[in-house]
Structures are given as structure tokens and as C-alpha cells.
Design a protein around this ligand. Structure first.
Ligand SMILES: Cc1ncc(COP(=O)(O)O)c(C=O)c1O
Length: 393
């Protein structure tokens, strides 16, 4: 689909303009002015204005006290419709919460026993490691394997870990952060078969479900026809899709399996993580009306990945995995000064702020993660800085 920039709701901004507008953003405020930040997962594009207006209306009216249940109901109805249109699925009833990481913490505590093993596929979004450790569960890391510039679940390793009598759950991230993989229906079915066999709970973080490259499809884990799908607990949020992480809105899809649902609903911690009224209002409006905004954003992101992939296709010093979903790019430097990490090298020699590989894959300092949800001129700057750094080798 070709885009007409005149009709676009998204007007490109310079790096300086984004930095000035994002005066309270951790992404933009962590580094000195001469560093281009390409790390934490939020987008440089402003959220859809019409959706923000729903939150502004609450603020304008001073309607900022304890919310009635109608905001949660509207959010749930909008999300049901969104999923039907996006994936042809009908999600189970939702419990709204403040954010996905808080939800993950609540779910791990509710559905596993103290000391139980929780499997995390690596490389992984770093808070998964902390959630498991903080809950005093045993972290069972299962490395994925790399095939043709893509990561795949190593089913043999997963089966071995799952067969460990301590294992009770697997945290699955799909689309996957940081590798950009979208697991196929058949890969998900293989994971589900292992979970069925070993009676593991699958906790599926699907927060990146809407950020798909054009031509890719996402299969919600709970839509599979396996027994583990009925016990799976799916977490998601409009926060990545519409760039509203600071508004604190997310949800847990309650599983259809009654015993599992009862275990989760019995958690006293659920009461401690509440979505904000503004987050619910903006999220509902976004799900209801902002599909074309998201589509435009996905085109911008796809273009950014195409440029990066083409530019570094035959570079001997750096390589990237092929991304299907998310706006994150997982890279590896093939030559580094003695004792340096890719993170430090790109910061010192390129003045580029990336995610440090070791946070996602312990013991792998040669890796790094880039955030490509940025305007084309920022992508050009990111590439120039990578090239500057590589030029010093
Ligand atoms: C896979 C994944 N889960 C959760 C989060 C954080 O979500 P929240 O801000 O709702 O806790 C992120 C943020 O990047 C993420 O990539």
C-alpha cells in the first residue's frame, strides 16, 4: 500500500524535536545530548491524537477520582472487537491491570509453587529473569537456536527442561523481544504439546501482538486447540501498539480452565495493580478507532527494517537477525576491541545508546538490541553512528 504523506497523521520530526518533546522520557533523558538513543521500547512517534483526547477529556472534566466499572467494560468490548478483526479470535474475559510486568509477577506467584522451576527462552526480555528470581522461583533458561538469521525454539532442549520435575511454567514471549521472531502456529503447537505432556502452565506475553511486519500473522496462544491453551494465561496491553506505556493500562486474559482461573482470581495481589482511568479510556479509544494509525506506523517500521537489512546484508563486522514482529532489532558485532561489549563500543565510538546484549543473553556481550520505532532521519543517524564505530576497528 502506498502512503500519501499529505494525509498522514504522522509528521516526521528531527532528533532535536523529539528530544525536546520527550522531556520526561527515560529513553531521551538517560544519555548526554550527543548520544542518539535507540534502546528502551517506546516509539518516537506521538500516540494517536484522537485516542489521547479521550484521556484529556477526563482530565479536563476533573473526572479523576476512583473509576467506575464502565471504563473497564468499554476497554474490554473494544479489545474483543480488535482481536476479532486482527486475529479472528475471541479472547476470554479480561482482568485489567497497570502493566504487563506487574501482571507477570502476579501470575507467576499465583500459578506456581515457591521454589518451582519457571522456563524462560533466551535471549529474553530482561524483566522475565527478575520476575522469576524475585518470586523465589528457579529460573530455567532454555536457549533458542539460531537458524538462517532467525531464532527458533529448540524443542529438544525445551522438552528436557520441561521434563524436570521442578518445572511448572514457561514464560513465552510472542512476538519475541529481542529477536523479532513471530512463532508459527506449528511451533506454538509443539510448545503446547510439551506443556500438555508435562502439565506446565504457559504464561504468554503477547504485548507485541499488533506490531507485525506486513505479511506476518500472529496466532494468540489461547486460540490453540491444546489442553495447555485452556490453562494458558495471556498478557497484553495497548501500550506498545499505541505508544502509551506511561498511561499504565494492560490486561490478563482469564484462562478458560476453571481451576486455573480460580487460582489466579484468588490472588490478593490483583487488587494492587490497577489500570488508570486515563489508560483505560485512551486504550479503549485506540482499539476502537486507531487501526489505520497503527497500519501507518507499521509501514514506517517496516521501511526502517528494510533499509537496515539492505545496508548491512553483507557486512562482515555486524549482522542482524531477520525481524518479523516488534520494532526491535537484535544485532551481533563480529569484531570487538579486547574486553569490550558491543554496548560500550557503540556508545564510546559511535555515540549510540543501544540495549546491552548481556541483559538479554547473559554472557553474550557481542550482542545488542536496537529500537527502530523512529523517524527515517533518526534511522539514518543510527546507521551513521554504527558505521562510525565500525570504522574505528
Ligand atoms: C515482552 C515485553 N513485555 C512487557 C513489557 C513491558 O510492559 P509494561 O510496561 O506493560 O510492563 C515489554 C516492554 O518492552 C516487553 O517488551
Amino acid at each position: 500500500m502506498s502512503r500519501n504523506p499529505k494525509q498522514s497523521a504522522l509528521q516526521p520530526e528531527s532528533i532535536a524535536a523529539v528530544r525536546a518533546r520527550r522531556a520526561h522520557s527515560v529513553k531521551w533523558q538517560r544519555y548526554p545530548l550527543d548520544v542518539v538513543p535507540a534502546w528502551v521500547a517506546d516509539m518516537d512517534f506521538p500516540p494517536p491524537a484522537q485516542a489521547l483526547e479521550s484521556g484529556i477529556e477526563l482530565l479536563r472534566n476533573g473526572d479523576t477520582g476512583y473509576p467506575s466499572s464502565d471504563l473497564g467494560s468499554s476497554y474490554e468490548a473494544a479489545y474483543q472487537h480488535w482481536c476479532k478483526e486482527s486475529f479472528g479470535t475471541q479472547p476470554h474475559p479480561l482482568k485489567t491491570v497497570a502493566d504487563v510486568v506487574a501482571a507477570l509477577r502476579i501470575v507467576v506467584l499465583a500459578v506456581t509453587d515457591p521454589g518451582a522451576g519457571v522456563i524462560v527462552l533466551t535471549p529474553s526480555y530482561p524483566p522475565f529473569f527478575n520476575v522469576v528470581k524475585d518470586a523465589q522461583r528457579e529460573l530455567m533458561e532454555v536457549p533458542m537456536s539460531q537458524v538462517d538469521q532467525q531464532y527458533r525454539v529448540d524443542l529438544e532442549r525445551l522438552a528436557t527442561a520441561a521434563a524436570d520435575p521442578r518445572a511448572q511454567a514457561i514464560i513465552l514471549c510472542n512476538p519475541q523481544n529481542p529477536t523479532g521472531r513471530i512463532f508459527t502456529k506449528s511451533e506454538l503447537a509443539d510448545i503446547a504439546t510439551i506443556a500438555d505432556r508435562e502439565h506446565l502452565t504457559v504464561i504468554a506475553d503477547e504485548i507485541h501482538q499488533d506490531l507485525l511486519s506486513h505479511g506476518s500473522t500472529h496466532v494468540p496462544f489461547a486460540s490453540l486447540e491444546n489442553e495447555s491453551a485452556t490453562r494458558a494465561i495471556v498478557l497484553s496491553s495497548p501500550s506498545k501498539s499505541f505508544n502509551i506505556a506511561g498511561l499504565k493500562v494492560a490486561h490478563i486474559e482469564l484462562p478458560s480452565d476453571r481451576a486455573q482461573r480460580a487460582r489466579l482470581e484468588a490472588s490478593p495481589l490483583l487488587a494492587l495493580s490497577q489500570a488508570t482511568p486515563i489508560g483505560l479510556a485512551v486504550g479503549a479509544e485506540a482499539y476502537e478507532t486507531q487501526r489505520s494509525w497503527l497500519d501507518e506506523v507499521r509501514h514506517l517500521i517496516d521501511d526502517n527494517f528494510t533499509i537496515m537489512e539492505k545496508s548491512y546484508a553483507s557486512n562482515e563486522l555486524v549482522s542482524f537477525t531477520h525481524r518479523e514482529g516488534t520494532y526491535l532489532l537484535w544485532g551481533e558485532l563480529h569484531r570487538l576491541p579486547e574486553g569490550q561489549s558491543a554496548y560500550q563500543f557503540l556508545l564510546d565510538r559511535g555515540r549510540l545508546g543501544v540495549g546491552a546484549g548481556e541483559d538479554y543473553l547473559p554472557g553474550a556481550p557481542e550482542f545488542f538490541r536496537l529500537n527502530l520505532a523512529a523517524w527515517p532521519s533518526t534511522i539514518t543517524a543510527i546507521m551513521e553512528r554504527i558505521n562510525d564505530a565500525l570504522g574505528t576497528l
